[in-house]
Design a protein around this ligand. Structure first.
Ligand code: SAM
Length: 249
């Protein structure tokens, strides 16, 4: 039964003392990713997601997944920074192909909404391995800025970008709820983990609105069983954002 599979993986994950990558941690996260990407009948998915036991663990599961993703990306960012062949090391990052597909989808969506290529994009919640910005800059030749509230993530991101010789406009260490210069960018990419829950995501949107932002904002959200990995974003109807795109990763 789907519910018991979810609870059993959560049970194992919640017992861990560290989410740094190692065989067992990687195996548990791989099991979770396989579970949420498997095709189940829609009624089974809805029943599992609405179940009160699943509901009661979901916020903690999001925290665990965010930690796991952070440590995994940090581990690879360190490997790249120490490598004598950094591009080859990035090529074997296990989720590189997923990022390439996601960025291609996002690039196409932005070009068709805007009618032309974005000129300056800011990535909110870019993390220590800002792979989306690396792809936007190197593949699509877009001027990119990355922002993250964590000083460790920003320092590691700078080292990784230098090592890969990626030309990024700026690495900004700030909370997205505080940043005031959104107008300097014609596109905002709102990462899936930018804001730990709906409440924090809404505070960030409020800050962007306060700045009378009139560019395009692309939200990475989640759907179906992937809601177990990432918080879904629900954009209120009265939001004054001029143009928004929602991509389900
Ligand atoms: C796991 S990492 C990177 C995510 C991934 N690389 C991506 O493209 O979605 C998520 C990052 O979001 C950052 N973050 C979360 N909330 C934030 C906020 N309110 N402002 C800025 N950064 C935030 C965290 O510090 C963390 O480094």
């Amino acid at each position: 039964m789907l519910k018991s599979k979810i609870l059993s993986i959560y049970d194992e994950l919640s017992k861990l003392e560290s989410y740094e990558p190692c065989c067992y941690v990687n195996e548990l996260f791989s099991d979770l990713v396989s579970l949420v990407t498997h095709q189940y009948p829609e009624n089974e998915i809805n029943d599992a997601l609405d179940d009160k036991d699943v509901q009661s663990i979901i916020l903690n599961l999001h925290k665990i997944c965010a930690l796991g993703e952070y440590y995994l990306e940090n581990h690879w960012a360190e490997k790249i920074a120490e490598s004598s062949t950094p591009s080859e090391t990035l090529d074997i990052f296990p989720y590189k192909q997923n990022y390439l597909k996601l960025c291609n989808l996002e690039y196409q969506a932005l070009v068709s909404t805007k009618g032309k290529k974005p000129e300056s994009t800011i990535f909110l919640g870019a993390g220590p391995l800002p792979l989306s910005a690396i792809i936007f800059s190197s593949r699509y030749n877009i001027n990119c800025t990355v922002l993250d509230k964590s000083i460790e993530a920003c320092n590691q991101a700078k080292k990784t970008l230098d090592k890969l010789d990626i030309n990024i406009r700026d690495v900004i260490c700030m909370d997205s709820k505080e940043y005031q210069d959104y107008k300097n960018h014609d596109t905002i990419i709102f990462a899936a983990l930018n804001g730990r829950d709906q409440k924090e995501k809404l505070e960030i949107i409020k800050n962007i609105n306060k700045n009378n932002y009139n560019g395009i904002i692309l939200f990475r959200s989640s759907h179906s069983l992937r809601k177990l990995l990432y918080p879904e974003i629900r954009i209120p109807e009265d939001t004054k954002l001029r143009k928004e795109i929602e991509i389900h990763s």
